[in-house]
Design a protein around this ligand. Structure first.
Ligand SMILES: [Zn+2]
Length: 185
């Protein structure tokens, strides 16, 4: 069976599940990661790609998927431009939103779907997974990415002794200072 896109209808899912494949466009990734680290930020360098399987589970949807995206950033210690490849396998349950009871119905109590803040939902017909993986990505990004985050070892430029005693809260200022002292780095 042809894999579904990231946006599909609940009735397109057979009981045994169905593969899906798609991407979150680079522009969307860029928009979401740009402001995360203030001045430094992450830079998108491509779309976020996803591959997985979705199953109907009674009235809900279970999603198992692996997503991958490459992001550029400047090390918060030495400002060297680095690349971070985020690749994660995740599983989610998208809960069917409870329909609002209209006057004349048999007094059905409407439960509040907002009770679970981190719960993903769908309207009962359309399943939109782009938003799910966009949020997954944001949760995965380190707030103080360094050369080590990118797997490039310890910063060459940063003096070890000084680094060890610096409060992490000062790193954005340190980075700014380094930038002012050496604008070419
Ligand atoms: Zn570094």
């Amino acid at each position: 069976m042809h894999p579904l896109d990231l946006d599909f209808r609940f009735d397109q899912l057979p009981p045994e599940g169905r593969a899906f494949r798609g991407e979150v466009a680079e522009e969307v990734v860029a928009e979401n990661v740009a402001g995360l680290l203030g001045e430094l930020g992450y830079r998108s360098s491509g779309a976020l790609t996803v591959e997985g399987t979705a199953w109907p589970a009674r009235r809900d949807v279970v999603v198992h998927a692996t997503f991958r995206v490459a992001l550029g950033f400047d090390c918060v210690r030495c400002l060297t431009a680095r690349e971070l490849v985020v690749e994660r396998t995740v599983q989610h349950v998208l809960v069917r939103e409870v329909a609002t009871a209209t006057p004349g119905d048999d007094g059905l109590e409407v439960t509040d779907a907002d009770d679970e803040a981190d719960e993903y939902t769908f309207d009962g017909e359309r399943v939109a997974l782009g938003e799910v993986f966009r949020e997954d990505l944001l949760l995965e990004l380190p707030m103080n990415p360094t050369c080590e985050t990118a797997g490039a070892g310890v910063c060459e430029a940063a003096p070890q002794a000084a680094e060890a005693t610096v409060d992490l809260r000062w790193t954005p200022l340190m980075a700014l200072k380094a930038k002012l002292e050496d604008p070419d780095s």
